[in-house]
Design a protein around this ligand. Structure first.
Ligand code: UDP
Length: 484
């Protein structure tokens, strides 16, 4: 590691919005604390990040990008330019994950050259563990998930393999008993090859950085930090969106595309808490019929809404005609707004007009909602989202399920449609207030939002955890120098 000057951390995120956004925020967080932070990514992803990183660098933050090529399409089977999971069809998810192994040679060369004081690696690069160990660089794992799902997942081994006739089972040895359905388990649970690699990599790593804050999931942070079966060190550094992104987005406001301003100024005209924000993250693939049910349900709810439809579903006018109900946008004009592509989510959630969030329970979306003090209507789709739903609804008490039980609605295997009537019933019942129980959820959500703010302030739990990690890495560097 560099022997003088500020600490240097290298951040190597998985190329997927739900992992890159928080990891870049994290790099920026460490940069604000004086750490030289380098984000390693590929050309297409670097082009997307360029402006954000430049804006930070222009403010004097020691943040920079290092670009390495994406593995050759001839070796990976991916199309040229498919450098991000959000650009890859769901069926090619595994192809993408396997392509990541080809990053080994360029990353090894980079680590040898730069000798950073720490490598923050996405968990899906398990091979970085042996590499970092060999070079004496502490590897910190970033899973992109919170302490609750990580803890639940690490305990799942005690329940596997499940009897094939099992529909649902209850995990009784957690601080709260959690009921899960076998179909709600992450796809990774069936991938023994990858699970084994991830487990081995974790055992070789220095620790884990988690995008969460203590008061959001205290029992699980305690368990994860102290009683985790591997006893790995963990630091809570979140919510990273609160630390960095909102401020950065405000700074950028003047130069942003019309779309963001359109959404925010549309919200300006709406009463506080009256709008439901509907968005399913960066990877979901709803079928046409399901999109249509959502549209009809929002219309029938009678409530104001902002609905983000992923670019992929919205980009083809002919395909859109198949699911967009006739005259839909005209019919809901003034009350509902359809956003094709991307909304400035952190700012939308932070807008006073937004009262509820229909979410797929991606970890970042969940955190961002908590930060904004916005309660959730949960509609999990895949990965660890069914586990996150249990945290929101059963543990934190800041949300309601869009449907009860475990109806599978994962990616392209949408077997059961969620009907317009169901969407209308739940949205209609809770948005804009709906009795004592609903009010209590909204109140609790606001309290969590306040706690998130306190966690990141000087003296707050997150602030202190970040300080502790920096000090530990500095001590480690000194120790390394003594040994030389
Ligand atoms: N996001 C956004 N605008 C959108 C859709 C998504 O800003 O229209 C952001 C969202 O704020 C979050 C990330 O993309 O930070 C999605 O991550 P999450 O973990 O919620 O879900 P994933 O996309 O990984 O399924």
């Amino acid at each position: 590691a560099s022997s003088t000057g500020p600490l240097h951390m290298l951040f190597f995120p998985l190329m997927s919005p739900g992992h890159m956004i928080p990891m870049v925020d994290m790099a920026r967080l460490f940069a604000t604390r004086g750490v030289r932070s380098t984000i390693v990514t590929t050309p297409v992803n670097a082009a997307n990040l360029g402006r954000t990183v430049d804006a930070s660098a222009a403010r004097g933050l020691p943040l920079s990008l290092h670009v390495i090529p994406f593995p050759d399409p001839a070796a990976t089977g991916l199309a040229p330019g498919q450098e991000n999971l959000s650009a890859v069809p769901t069926a090619h998810f595994n192809t993408f994950v396997m392509a990541l192994f080809h990053f080994q040679p360029p990353l090894a060369a980079l680590l040898r050259d730069l000798r950073p004081d720490a490598l923050v690696s996405d968990s899906l690069f398990p091979w970085t563990a042996a590499l970092a160990l060999e070079l004496g660089i502490p590897r910190l794992i970033f899973h992109g998930a919170g302490a609750f799902p990580l803890f639940v997942l690490s305990n799942l081994v005690n329940y596997l393999p499940l009897d094939p006739s099992t529909d649902s089972f209850t995990m009784n040895d957690l601080p709260h008993p959690i009921r899960l359905h076998r179909n709600g388990l992450p796809e990774l649970v069936d991938n023994f090859f990858m699970l084994k690699l991830l487990g081995e990599a974790e055992a070789k790593s220095y620790g884990v950085v988690v995008n969460t804050f203590y008061d959001m999931e205290p029992s699980y942070v305690d368990y994860y930090k102290n009683k985790n079966h591997q006893g790995i060190k963990a630091w809570c550094v979140g919510p990273v969106s609160l630390l960095c992104r909102a401020a950065e987005e405000r700074a950028k406001r003047g130069e942003t595309p019309a779309e963001r301003d359109r959404v925010l100024s549309w919200l300006d005209s709406k009463p506080a808490g009256s709008v439901v924000y509907v968005c399913f993250g960066s990877l979901c693939h709803f079928s046409g019929p399901q999109l249509k049910e959502i549209a009809l349900g929002l219309e029938a709810s009678g409530k104001a809404f902002v609905w983000v439809v992923r670019r992929e579903a919205a980009e083809d006018a002919a395909a859109e005609a198949e699911w967009m109900p006739d005259g839909f946008e005209k019919g809901v004009e003034g009350r509902g707004l359809v956003v094709r592509g991307w909304a400035p989510q952190v700012e939308v959630l932070g807008h006073a007009a937004v009262g509820w969030f229909v979410t797929h329970c991606g970890w970042n979306s969940l955190q961002e909602s908590v930060c904004a003090g916005v309660p959730m209507i949960t509609w999990p789709l895949f990965h660890e989202q069914f586990i996150n739903e249990a945290l929101v609804v059963d543990v934190m008490g800041v949300g309601v399920r869009m449907w009860e039980g475990f109806r599978r609605n994962r990616l392209e295997e949408e077997k059961v449609l969620v009907r317009a009537e169901e969407v209308a019933a739940v949205v209609g019942r809770v948005v804009g207030g709906g009795g004592e129980e609903v009010e209590a959820m909204a109140r609790k959500a606001r309290e969590y939002g306040e706690a998130a703010g306190k966690a990141v302030e000087e003296g707050g739990a997150t602030y202190e955890d970040v300080t502790a990690l920096i000090q530990e890495l500095e001590a480690k560097r000194k120790e390394g120098q003594k040994e030389k």
